[in-house]
Structures are given as structure tokens and as C-alpha cells.
Design a protein around this ligand. Structure first.
Ligand SMILES: [Zn+2]
Length: 67
């Protein structure tokens, strides 16, 4: 798998439409950076990906369970 020149969405891993953007148009919403940061912080604090996703609001429980 080669990297897309614009980078890949950190949420769904699809290519971004905008250079340097961390999110594709489908995933982006105001505040996504903050939610993502909270999610990463929780993982660093030792939470599982599932717990971090649910508690940070990054993903809903059904989605998270598939990881
Ligand atoms: Zn996306």
C-alpha cells in the first residue's frame, strides 16, 4: 500500500482530499482534533483502544468492538 500524496485520514485511513489535512471530508467535523487528542491521550494512559474510543467519544461501542 503506497502513501497517498495528501496523506491518509487518521480516522478511516482513506486518502485525504486536502494536502496536509489529517481528516477526509467525510470524517471531518468541528472538534474532531480535540476528540482525537483525547482518544490518543487515553490510550497513552493505558486504556484499551475499545475503552478509549467509547469514553472519548471517538467511536460508538458497536464500531469500536470491531477493532
Ligand atoms: Zn476519513
Amino acid at each position: 500500500m503506497s502513501a497517498h500524496p495528501n496523506g491518509n485520514c487518521l480516522r478511516c485511513r482513506k486518502p485525504c482530499q486536502v494536502f496536509g489535512c489529517r481528516w477526509c471530508a467525510a470524517c471531518y467535523y468541528p472538534g474532531i482534533d480535540e476528540t482525537y487528542r483525547r482518544y490518543r491521550d487515553m490510550i497513552e494512559e493505558g486504556y484499551t483502544r475499545y475503552q478509549a474510543k467509547v469514553q472519548s467519544g471517538w467511536g460508538d461501542p458497536d464500531e469500536a468492538r470491531e477493532d
